[in-house]
Design a protein around this ligand. Structure first.
Ligand code: 6PG
Length: 495
């Protein structure tokens, strides 16, 4: 008996994916650097299906039906290259190596090219949903050569989460496209969590709403257009009381946010691509600031404590409690929409840069279930991009017919934003007056305002650049490129 797929790297994510395949009737060959993990998996979860434990990568490869499908779930970076180096001599043309970790898409592009030269398929897949998702149905974002999807896609679709019957898995695009889309998913995940955090901070610091009460508010919000996994678990976390101290759990957790790097990568790629993912970048920086423990402690001494000593502005105090809570909800929703718009816009920029044919409707459809950012909103976003159509492959860097140039231009979202704007401005103004930092609420609002502003001060920037560096400018009234002789007679010349 040959196995349908091999999994190497049996820490919890790899083990859970292996079990998920087995539960779907696939025979799964198992390998881990130390044999103990393989044995433990078979001993504890052998009843999930048919496993073939193996000792070495050679044995793993030997146990597989062709074309061989070997899934790596090892730490991103050097360890992935090490396993690939060991695997490649053991494989034959047409075999498929799958990297299911959070690898950087540039690494995936490099590996795909190297393996293609050896007639092997290398497929980077983004997997979202944490440990639970890996076992019960993650969202899966596969890249790599289109042909590889024929042999691999059905297995991945089987184990993926489903949304109204649709698998949360579809081929995304060539080489690193899957990992790129997963990276942007994570960038949006950062922004989603940051806007939740900003809402929590405002409700507490300005509105005086304690965590237990906030849990009820987030539960209510989870019955509005904000309905999502992250809002749902926010209610859970806020209702938790620490057994040791009797304090709200959120008060005993150190307020320094960690990060493994995917949010940072999204911000860096946004800068590289000229895609203004400011809300995502701000959420990365907010985590960085939170972790500057020494600077924060000194700042409290030298600069004085922040929000605590500033009372909420009169306008806010005059608003009744429920109206304030609703304002915060609308500001959260509007800021969230902006971060999704920025992330999707960045996907278009990447598609143009890397020659990927990305369909934003299908990509949004994959995020409707299984992944961390799963939300009702994603179904609406999918519909705004013409729904899910896995056969729609727009020219790289272009949108399919009828898709909006920016998510915010889709009528349902432009209307939702227009309705939220008064509340959004009140909330940002209140936060600024009260000294409560809201980097994503305010940055998202600046993006919204910047995008639709008639004249931007970029004209002045161009004038300054031309003044000190003869960088030239274009004119509003005629074609061409111009330079003013600033240090001469100030006449204008064609440049
Ligand atoms: C997912 C998560 C997953 C992981 C992130 C968290 O989609 O399942 O995004 O990939 O939880 O690595 O990232 P940080 O540690 O950077 O917050």
């Amino acid at each position: 008996m040959k196995a349908d797929i091999g999994v190497t790297g049996l820490a919890v994510m790899g083990a859970n994916l292996a079990r998920n395949f087995a539960r779907h009737g696939y025979t799964v060959a198992l390998h881990n650097r130390s044999r103990a993990r393989t044995d433990a998996l078979v001993a504890e979860h052998g009843e999930d299906g048919t496993f073939i434990p193996t000792e070495t990568l050679a044995e793993l490869v030997e146990s597989l039906a062709t074309p061989r499908r070997v899934l790596l779930m090892v730490q991103a970076g050097r360890p992935v290259d090490d396993v690939i180096d060991q695997l490649v001599p053991l494989l034959e043309a047409g075999d498929i190596v799958i990297d299911a970790g959070n690898s950087h898409y540039e690494d995936t592009r490099r590996r795909e090219a190297a393996l293609a030269a050896k007639d092997l398929h290398f497929v980077g897949i983004g997997v979202s949903g944490g440990e639970e998702g890996a076992l019960n149905g993650p969202a899966i974002m596969p890249g790599g050569p289109r042909e590889s999807y024929e042999a691999l896609g059905p297995l991945l679709e089987d184990i993926s989460a489903k949304y109204e019957g649709d698998p949360c898995c579809a081929w995304i695009g060539t080489d690193g496209a899957g990992h790129f889309v997963k990276m942007v998913h994570n960038g949006i995940e950062y922004a989603d969590m940051q806007v939740i955090g900003e809402a929590y901070d405002l409700l507490r610091s300005v509105g005086g709403v304690e965590p237990a009460e906030q849990a009820v508010i987030f539960e209510q919000w989870n019955r509005t257009e904000l309905r999502s996994y992250l809002i749902e678990i926010t209610a859970d976390v806020l209702s938790q009381v620490d057994v040791a101290t009797g304090q709200p759990m959120v008060d005993v957790i150190v307020d320094e946010a960690g990060q493994k790097g995917t949010g940072r990568w999204t911000a860096i790629s946004g800068l590289d691509l000229g895609a203004p993912v400011a809300a995502i970048a701000e959420s990365v920086f907010a985590r960085s600031l939170s972790s500057q423990t020494a600077a924060r402690s000194t700042a409290r001494e030298v600069l004085g404590a922040g929000a605590d000593d500033v009372s909420a502005p009169q306008e806010l105090q005059d608003r009744d409690h429920e109206a304030f809570v609703e304002d915060v909800r609308l500001a959260l929703y509007a800021s969230k929409l902006v971060s999704y718009a920025q992330g999707l816009d960045m996907l278009s920029a990447a598609a143009a840069q890397y020659g990927w044919s990305l369909d934003l409707g299908t990509i949004a459809s994959l995020w409707r279930n299984g992944c961390i950012i799963r939300a009702d909103l994603l179904d609406t976003i999918m519909k705004a991009y013409g729904g899910r159509d896995t056969s729609r492959h727009p020219e790289p860097g272009t949108l399919a017919e009828g898709q909006p140039l920016n998510l915010l231009f889709a009528p349902e979202f432009s209307q939702a934003l227009a309705a939220a704007v008064p509340a959004w401005r009140r909330v940002v103004a209140a936060a600024v007056s009260a000294g409560v930092p809201v980097p994503v609420f305010s940055s998202a609002l600046a993006y919204y305002d910047g995008l639709r502003r008639d004249r931007l001060p970029a004209a002045l920037t161009q004038g300054l650049r031309d003044y000190f560096g003869a960088h030239t400018y274009r004119r509003v009234d005629r074609e061409g490129t111009f330079h003013t002789l600033w240090s001469g007679d100030r006449s204008e010349i064609s440049a």
